[in-house]
Design a protein around this ligand. Structure first.
Ligand SMILES: CC1(C)S[C@@H]2[C@H](NC(=O)CCCC[C@H](NC(=O)C[NH3+])C(=O)[O-])C(=O)N2[C@H]1C(=O)[O-]
Length: 351
């Protein structure tokens, strides 16, 4: 079927709508057979007024989960870990249920509770309490295990950062190296992602970057500059830094089979519905959105203090797209920003 050209004017309208709902700035970058096109709006820095810039780096939040999944599935490809083996085979005694498997972690079907719910119940105090903290993986798992499990293993999808904290522990146990090294050697370097890094527990975003602004819970409250933080509360579940070029390059390379075997790509893109009304699904550390024009896009979303991110590509990797708004705790901005996927991948709506 003919590939619709992206409707970047439609994308621009959505970015403007995101600003109207409270984002200081937003940007989007599409890469496809017709080449690259970008749109940007507002500012990357509210103090200097510096304009949004698609070369600028930012925190990608849970898009990090797809990076962690790629590393772990490479280890599966190398025969070093089995998807359907109990996690406790590799991390003896870690989890209180021997039935929880590696695959359950990657599909958010382990039942491990979401420790960030209580952690960030009060948005700004919760953030300020952890923004400089350095957690061990074990401390984060312990926070989850203090809460009731959310499902019997494998029975239901219940999103939890804890799953990808344990994925980070698996990567470090199996390789004997920090996740930072594995990201660098297995993804960042081979793909030439010069604007992507994992600097935990460092708090800064080096080079040209976007500043992120967190909305307080109190309506009309002043935005909080949340740019500097360790993101130690998430680590392998959310602490990667990147920019639109690199996100597009990563998602396109992944979909083109440059990082995993066909067998692992099949496993990763085998999805179950999470929100059927909106055509949303989850595979292994990967979302699939079914768009109104019939196009299915694969990728991930991210929410970290001060930043909303969407990073998706078509299954053949020929079209890829990244969008970001530099605010958070503002659901209507996130929902609005998600509206860029339709014009980007379905093109102009018929008049
Ligand atoms: C499933 C999500 C949405 S939440 C999960 C992860 N982000 C977090 O767990 C951070 C949650 C608190 C963020 C904070 N919110 C509050 O403090 C609210 N009291 C804000 O908006 O900055 C990520 O990223 N994922 C998103 C994803 O996968 O798209």
């Amino acid at each position: 079927a003919p590939v619709p050209a992206p409707d970047m004017d439609g994308v621009a309208k959505v970015l403007d709508a995101a600003l109207a709902k409270g984002a200081p700035g937003a940007m989007a970058r599409f890469s496809g057979p017709e080449g690259v096109s970008i749109r940007k709006a507002g500012v990357r820095n509210r103090v200097t007024g510096a304009a949004m810039d698609t070369r600028a780096r930012f925190r990608i939040g849970s898009v990090s989960k797809t990076f962690s999944t790629v590393v772990l599935l490479q280890l599966v490809d190398e025969g070093k870990v089995e998807l359907d083996a109990p996690v406790n085979r590799y991390l003896p005694g870690l989890l209180p249920d021997e039935r929880i498997t590696v695959r359950h972690l990657l599909t958010h079907r382990s039942g491990l509770a979401e420790y960030t719910d209580p952690m960030f119940e009060k948005t700004v105090p919760g953030f300020e309490a952890v923004r400089k903290r350095v957690f061990t993986y074990q401390e984060l798992v312990a926070l989850s295990l203090k809460l009731p499990r959310t499902t019997e293993p494998g029975v239901a999808y219940k999103y939890s950062n804890a799953n990808f904290v344990v994925v980070g522990m698996l990567i470090e146990k199996i390789t004997g190296k920090p996740v930072a090294t594995e990201y660098e050697n297995r993804i960042f370097k081979p793909l030439g992602l010069r604007n992507t890094s994992y600097v935990h527990p460092g708090t800064r975003i080096s080079g040209l970057h976007v500043r992120g602004y967190l909305h307080p819970d109190e309506a009309g409250g002043a935005l909080v500059d949340s740019t500097e933080q360790t993101v130690s509360w998430a680590q392998s579940a959310g602490a990667v830094i990147s920019n639109p070029v690199d996100l597009s390059r990563f998602m396109a390379a992944l979909m083109k089979g440059r990082l995993l075997s066909p067998r692992m790509m099949d496993a990763m893109t085998t999805v179950t519905p999470t929100d059927p009304v909106n055509g949303r699904h989850y595979g292994l550390g990967l979302r699939r959105y079914d768009l109104s024009c019939g196009v299915q896009v694969y990728g991930h979303t991210g929410t970290v203090q001060g930043f909303y991110t969407y990073a998706f590509a078509t299954r053949d990797g020929r079209r890829s797209f990244a969008a970001m708004a530099n605010t958070s705790n503002k659901g209507e901005v996130n929902t609005t920003l998600g509206g860029t996927l339709e014009p980007a991948f379905c093109g102009k709506k018929p008049a």
